[in-house]
Design a protein around this ligand. Structure first.
Ligand SMILES: NC(=O)c1ccc[n+]([C@@H]2O[C@H](COP(=O)([O-])OP(=O)(O)OC[C@H]3O[C@@H](n4cnc5c(N)ncnc54)[C@H](OP(=O)(O)O)[C@@H]3O)[C@@H](O)[C@H]2O)c1
Length: 276
């Protein structure tokens, strides 16, 4: 039975084994082995489709069907995610954002974190949500936390500086501030987003989740640095609030971002996954 407690071993297995476009996986003694006969394997994964011939929790099956093909196809990726209402809002005007998506989306987000080596967030997300950025809902490996804090506004009072796990901060501030368990990288302000991207690559992180918030994702998107952008859409209308994406205005509809996409039903919500 595949559950939230072992789905991350399956992700890890597929990440390490993706030699062909069609992968058959057998579950033997609760560990995953590559099958010679992919058609009768417990799990078979081809380019865009995953078939489970074994018992699996419904929610976990939906997560696997979205994430396993990505792991099969990509040698490295930057994946952006944003949870939003139908009308594209991630928070009310007063900043309240708990919760726009339903409980299932937590397992999905933690699964996304578990397939990544690093997770990137902006300083406002740390200040407003005080997140841990771990995978505790599915018990997977935790990604390296990377925080973009250009003016070093943060202090040690946030949870990420208290749990003993490491952090990286990218800044262009010259302040001599210290944070617990944190390596600070000072970068020039000019071309900051691209320099962050180059430094993340230089540090060896291949699978990177750009988790939010809106400003951070928008910067990566408009600089063309995302390979995949996923919108987790709750069937709600907020009316006015904070937009999920804020990029420079365009003057011609020919120039909208329109790209290859996959749409998945996920519980009572939908996930729209754009590929660049
Ligand atoms: N729904 C979701 O999936 C989701 C996920 C995460 C967060 N959130 C929500 O998003 C909200 C925060 O979003 P936000 O857009 O206000 O903030 P944010 O993206 O968390 O942080 C933005 C700030 O980070 C710095 N920054 C990030 N990337 C940068 C870049 N490439 N270049 C320069 N500066 C950069 C800037 O700091 P300075 O202003 O100091 O220059 C910027 O103002 C919170 O309410 C949180 O709850 C929602």
């Amino acid at each position: 039975m595949i559950t939230k407690h072992n789905i991350s071993s399956l992700f890890e297995f597929v990440k390490n084994q993706k030699k062909s476009n069609n992968l058959g996986v057998d579950l033997i003694n609760k560990s995953f082995v590559l099958s010679q006969h992919s058609k009768i394997a417990d799990i078979s994964i081809d380019k865009y489709k995953v078939v489970f011939n074994c018992k699996i929790e419904k929610k976990i099956k939906e997560i696997g069907q979205i994430l396993l093909p990505i792991l099969m196809l990509k040698k490295k990726f930057y994946i952006g995610q944003i949870g939003q209402s139908l009308d594209g809002k991630i928070a009310l005007l007063n900043g309240n954002s708990h919760y726009i998506n339903d409980k299932n989306s937590i397992s999905y987000l933690h699964s996304l974190r578990s397939i990544c080596d690093a997770v990137v967030v902006g300083v406002n997300t740390i200040r407003k949500d005080d997140p841990l950025l771990t995978t505790r809902a599915i018990k997977g490996p935790n990604p390296q936390r990377i925080i973009i804090d250009p003016s070093l506004k943060l202090t040690n009072k946030y949870k990420v500086f208290k749990d003993g796990m490491p952090n990286i901060i990218f800044t262009h501030s010259k302040l001599n501030k210290k944070f617990n368990n944190t390596q600070i990288y000072q970068l020039p302000e000019r071309n900051f987003t691209n320099l962050i991207y180059q430094n993340i690559n230089r540090l060896g992180y291949k699978f990177v989740l750009v988790e939010g918030g809106s400003k951070t994702i928008s910067k990566f998107l408009e600089n063309g640095l995302l390979n995949i952008m996923q919108f987790i859409i709750a069937p709600t209308i907020i009316g006015s609030g904070i937009n999920s994406i804020n990029i420079e205005p365009i003057t011609n509809l020919k120039n909208v971002i329109r790209t290859k996409n996959n749409i998945f039903k996920f519980g009572k919500e939908i996930i729209v996954s754009l590929e660049f």
